[in-house]
Write a protein that binds this ligand. Structure first.
Ligand code: ADP
Ligand code: MG
Length: 263
């Protein structure tokens, strides 16, 4: 059986800069995956390859057995949704209209169906964006926009959800709420892959962490192994400690004085 996603020998350079080098990854089951690594390591580039938005790379990336470059965009978008880090709109769409745009791949005609409206309503509820649904998207804060973009992707009703730092502008409560939601969605059968540099979000909510360093995968495992103290030191040059709480959850703390800060 073909994997949901399979990346084979992916490599990409920008001029003399080799960003990704021989990336091999398979995603066979719905689960919550964090794609972690320092700034500039290639997380966004890798996600955009998987989302079918890049050309000019070596190797192949297949979704459901078919190269992402060969999919018809509309069919692809019915299965795979991508939430970019930011979205620039030139027209005064309301937040709700942006969520409706997520239905485009499913739209059968000019008018939206009950199913479209139901999917949009659910997405708005799940992302807690009802109170600003009627506002101009361009006037929203970064965190509010992130929730609208996620809602738009959820309205797409995808089987795979790719997110590029989905909580970078969110306050703490919404960071936890969104990661809880992503985790729940993965439990309901969606493969979720979220790029993040927040190791605690990765550790707390993921089934699997793919850790990148210098364009290569240096760990692909459950959080406690992929984000071991030794790996964090190797990749981020920061000394870390796992703190195990009485309630069974674990948290990573960092010591900014002790690591080798030379990058
Ligand atoms: P990350 O998301 O892990 O922070 P990116 O994937 O955005 O990293 O970028 C990886 C590297 O590739 C960076 O050095 C970035 O400057 C470079 N890069 C990304 N896209 C382009 C592009 N279109 N042209 C030139 N360099 C790029
Ligand atoms: Mg990025």
């Amino acid at each position: 059986m073909s994997a949901i996603l399979e990346l084979a020998s992916i490599g990409i350079s920008f001029g003399p800069l080799q960003v990704l080098e021989d990336i091999n990854l398979r995603f066979d089951v719905p689960q919550m995956v964090a794609l972690a690594g320092p700034n500039g390591v290639g997380k966004s580039t890798l996600l955009s390859i998987v989302a079918g938005l890049r050309s000019g790379y070596s190797g192949t990336c297949c979704a459901y057995g078919k190269d992402v470059r060969r999919w018809k965009r509309r069919e692809f978008a019915r299965k795979i949704a991508f939430v970019p880090q930011s979205l620039k709109l030139d027209f005064p769409f309301t937040a709700e209209e942006v969520v409706f745009m997520g239905r485009t791949p499913h739209a059968g005609g000019f008018f939206e169906s009950d199913r479209d409206r139901g999917a949009v309503r659910r997405a708005i509820e799940l992302t807690d964006m009802g109170e600003f649904a009627a506002r101009d998207f361009r006037a929203l804060s970064g965190g509010e926009r992130q929730r609208v973009m996620l809602a738009s992707a959820l309205a797409q009703e995808p089987q795979v959800l790719l997110l590029d730092e989905p909580t970078s502008f969110l306050d703490l409560a919404h960071q936890f709420a969104i990661y809880s939601l992503l985790r729940r969605l993965s439990g309901e059968g969606i493969l979720v892959i979220a790029a993040t540099h927040d190791l605690n979000l990765a550790a707390s909510y993921s089934d699997r962490v793919v850790l990148l360093r210098k364009g290569c995968v240096v760990a692909d495992a459950v959080p406690c192994d992929a984000l071991s103290v030794a790996k964090i030191d190797e990749v981020f040059h920061v000394r870390a400690e796992w703190v195990h709480r009485a309630d069974g959850r674990a948290w990573i703390t960092f010591d900014d004085r002790a690591g080798d800060a030379s990058l």
